[in-house]
Design a protein around this ligand. Structure first.
Ligand code: PLP
Length: 385
């Protein structure tokens, strides 16, 4: 089928909630994608930080394929080994409590919000301006962006947003606060690294008033910043974290991971999901964790992140670069959406614009120095042209 035919079907039959680029991808391997005409693209977006292990990583494909041939679905009314092993793995690699599985990031945050509310009945959920926590009603209510919220009012009551400022956050937390929910590095709004001071203030305010500190690591976790979890590089430990995006090695899964204090807040019947923790995706997630939870890979993420940031700084029209590890953004003095479009269509480099002048970089964590240099050369050609 031609691209024009696909576009016709889209305009006839697909609810227009996405603006798509005129490219049809048909195959992927590592950091590479191929379109229907056989053109090769360097992917520095990873399906928005999903394919952190690269496209179709053989260990993930093999684990999923083997499981699919054996048993696909039984529900959470029974035991399955992949789900139990994944829960154990997530708990031991992070906060040491217990895990609730979901199918996406927004759902993982819904579980976190419900858990916090059950732990602190009727309490407020405090989030930070610039946050993105997902599109379902609870997650959207914690996403203080006018354009995303306004058309869907009324939202869930009991959510407040504060500026990313230690004093504002401290003032917003009191005995009526259930939770502070934040991304250590805000992804969707342009890779804004929250300061250590802000995270420490959040920790202290939550401790003072018995509120729950939840880190949304859906984008910044799974090795993206050069440690398995972003909080490890901050010196602040949350009471719970949410993960999704890259957790399944390319397939949809989310999880809420608690520390010991919140491990037994939910009782049977409190929350649930038919598909969550399914066998094949859990098997894929175990393989993805095997690949990412590797000291050498994580060190390389930090090193290559430094190289990419340095290289970007030297390109024309780049005003500044920010981020951590391989989660970076640069600020341009020319329109970012046009740069991203030309990078894709002229240089076959996949990037994303998070704002009118901001380009985001989320390459796979398995790249080497050569891929970084190629991406810089391709983007440089666009910016010089
Ligand atoms: C993508 C994202 C979400 C939402 O995840 P979905 O799987 O799209 O529901 C939530 N929080 C953060 C930080 C994200 O980057």
């Amino acid at each position: 089928m031609s691209l024009a035919e696909l576009q016709q079907i889209e305009s006839d039959c697909v609810i227009p909630s996405y603006a798509r680029f005129p490219v049809e991808f048909v195959r992927g391997e590592g950091p590479w994608l191929w379109d229907a005409e056989g053109n090769e693209y360097l992917d520095f977006l990873c399906g928005v930080s999903v394919t952190n292990v690269g496209h179709c990583h053989p260990l993930v494909v093999e684990a999923v394929r083997a499981q699919l041939g054996q048993l696909m679905h039984v529900s959470n009314l029974f035991y399955t080994e992949p789900a139990m092993l994944l829960a154990e793995r997530l708990s031991r690699s992070s906060l040491g409590g217990k895990v609730f599985f979901a199918n996406s990031g927004a759902e993982a945050n819904e579980a976190a919000i419900k858990l916090a509310r059950k732990a602190r009945p009727v309490g407020d959920i405090v989030s930070v301006l610039g946050a993105f926590h997902g599109r379902t009603y609870g997650a959207l209510s914690a996403t203080p962006q006018e354009s995303k919220q306004a058309p869907f009012a009324p939202l869930v009551p009991g959510f407040r947003a504060v500026a990313p400022d230690p004093d504002a956050l401290t003032a917003a937390v009191n005995e009526r606060t259930a939770a502070v929910l934040l991304e250590p590095i805000q992804g969707e709004t342009g890779v804004n690294v929250l300061s250590e001071e802000l995270l420490r203030s959040a920790r202290e305010a939550c401790d003072r008033h018995g509120a729950v500190l939840i880190f949304d690591e859906i984008q910044c976790g799974m090795g993206r910043t050069g440690s398995l979890w972003a909080y490890e590089q901050t010196g602040v430990m949350p009471d719970a974290l949410t993960t999704a995006k890259a957790l399944g090695g390319g397939l949809p899964i989310g999880a809420l991971v608690t520390g010991p204090r919140l491990a037994d807040v939910f009782a049977p019947g409190d929350h649930g999901s038919t598909f969550a923790g399914g066998l094949a995706i859990a098997a894929g997630a175990l393989a993805a964790l095997d690949i990412v939870e590797d000291a050498a890979l994580l060190a390389r993420v930090r090193e290559l992140g430094g190289r990419l940031a340095e290289g970007l700084q030297e390109l024309p029209h780049v005003l500044s670069v920010r981020g951590r590890g391989l989660m970076l953004a640069c600020e341009l003095d020319v329109p970012a959406p046009e740069v991203v479009r030309r990078a894709l269509l002229e240089q076959r480099l996949v990037l994303n614009a998070t704002g009118p002048t901001t380009v985001r970089f989320l390459p796979p964590l398995i790249i080497d120095e050569g891929h970084v240099q190629q991406a810089l050369a391709r983007l440089g050609a666009v910016l010089e042209g």
